[in-house]
Design a protein around this ligand. Structure first.
Ligand code: CU
Length: 253
């Protein structure tokens, strides 16, 4: 009998909790809803894919002088700048995203976090993208002090030291911004860039220069490609249901 009473109490607790949480999510006191975004039926989606090229011979990577920190000098496996990377005329570390054409649409929040590691006295990755509100998890994997200094133009600046190997902290961004620069004030050669966007359509090219932006609503878009030393380029593209539109960019010095 006692067990049955306990079960009843537990059931009521679960019910009460779910009602409370449900009320919080629907926001009973929320202001009047904004006009509904156009519905997006995934079965109508199309894709964009393409390539970022570099015209000419890719500039040689700059050697990074790490002697100011013996830990870095002894443990770093990569001592070459990540500004110009690629292969066979293809350009890596280019941030490609939908710059316009998605206005008024909203998309489900991303569930995962994005990792920015300090490993071997460099930022890994060097260029990355993140959604507004998505968690950026910053880790120091090195047995030396790093200092993460983000210098956004519109988001909130932050500047945090991570003196101990294994330290982590999290940040989010509130406003789209391409790009937010990161640097380490301890090691002048360490820098990274994060593109903050309010939709899921962004990519960073690998050494093969390739990118794809999948499952876009059909429509007309401006696609922008950003490179830290070569600036930006844009192209217009029309996405049709079930089709993959090809877009290519060519940078040169
Ligand atoms: Cu550092």
């Amino acid at each position: 009998m006692q067990q049955r009473n306990l079960w009843t109490v537990l059931s009521l607790l679960v019910l009460a909790t779910s009602v409370a949480c449900g009320g919080g999510e629907t926001g009973g006191d929320a202001p009047a809803a904004a006009p509904a975004a156009p519905a997006f039926d995934p079965s109508t989606a199309g894709n964009v894919s393409g390539m970022v090229m570099f015209d000419g011979e890719l500039p040689a990577g700059v050697e990074l002088m790490m002697n100011s920190d013996p830990v870095c000098a002894m443990t770093a496996t990569n001592k070459t700048s990540s500004t110009f990377v690629g292969s066979d005329g293809h350009l890596g570390n280019v941030f490609v995203y939908v710059k316009s054409g998605l206005e008024g649409r909203t998309f489900p929040a991303s569930s995962g976090s994005i990792e920015l590691n300090q490993l071997g006295c460099e930022y890994v990755p060097h260029v990355m993208g993140i959604r507004v509100g998505q968690t950026l998890n910053i880790t120091n994997s090195d047995p030396t002090l790093h200092n993460i200094h983000a210098s956004p133009a519109t988001n909130e600046e932050f500047n945090m030291g991570q003196p101990i190997q294994g330290m982590q902290f999290e940040r989010t961004f509130t406003t789209p911004e391409v790009m937010v620069p990161f640097k380490c004030d301890v090691h002048g050669w360490m820098n990274a860039y994060i593109g903050v966007v309010d939709h899921p359509y962004f990519a960073v090219t690998g050494l093969d220069g390739a990118f794809s932006l999948d499952s876009l609503p059909p429509g007309d878009y401006v696609i922008e490609a950003w490179h830290e030393a070569l600036g930006t380029q844009t192209q217009n593209v029309t996405v049709a249901t079930g089709q993959t539109a090809e877009v290519s960019f060519t940078f040169a010095q």
